[in-house]
Design a protein around this ligand. Structure first.
Ligand SMILES: [Zn+2]
Length: 115
């Protein structure tokens, strides 16, 4: 069992949990023998994926490439937004309720964030 952590917030992502994985490997081209590095798996939790996608482009060509891919995923289907929203609701549910309860939930019915 491999333990995966969100690259951005370091939250542990248990097996089967919703997340975004970025796979990366390097390989020589036009050089014999061809060499290939081990593939690396980079994970982001749904909240960080949505947050990154909604945010400004990061610095660095590789970071921008990954950012564009995550934006594509977040923008193509609301399922990832929904997963982030569900996780956030789960965290809110764990907080002790007090007399000012009621203002913590996101307004509206759609699972979209405004960061
Ligand atoms: Zn995260």
């Amino acid at each position: 069992m491999e333990h995966l952590y969100c690259l951005r917030c370091n939250r542990e992502l248990e097996a089967g949990h919703k997340s975004v994985a970025v796979y990366m490997f390097a390989q020589t081209v036009g050089i014999r023998p061809r060499q290939k590095s081990a593939a690396k798996r980079i994970c982001f939790c749904p909240q960080c994926s949505v947050s990154l996608a909604m945010g400004p482009p990061p610095e660095g060509a590789l970071n921008v490439a990954a950012w564009q891919m995550i934006r594509e995923l977040v923008g193509s289907d609301p399922a990832l937004n929904q997963a982030a929203w569900e996780n956030l609701r789960g965290v809110i549910g764990l907080l002790p309720s007090n007399e000012t309860d009621g203002n913590l939930r996101p307004t509206g019915t759609a699972g979209y964030f405004e960061f």
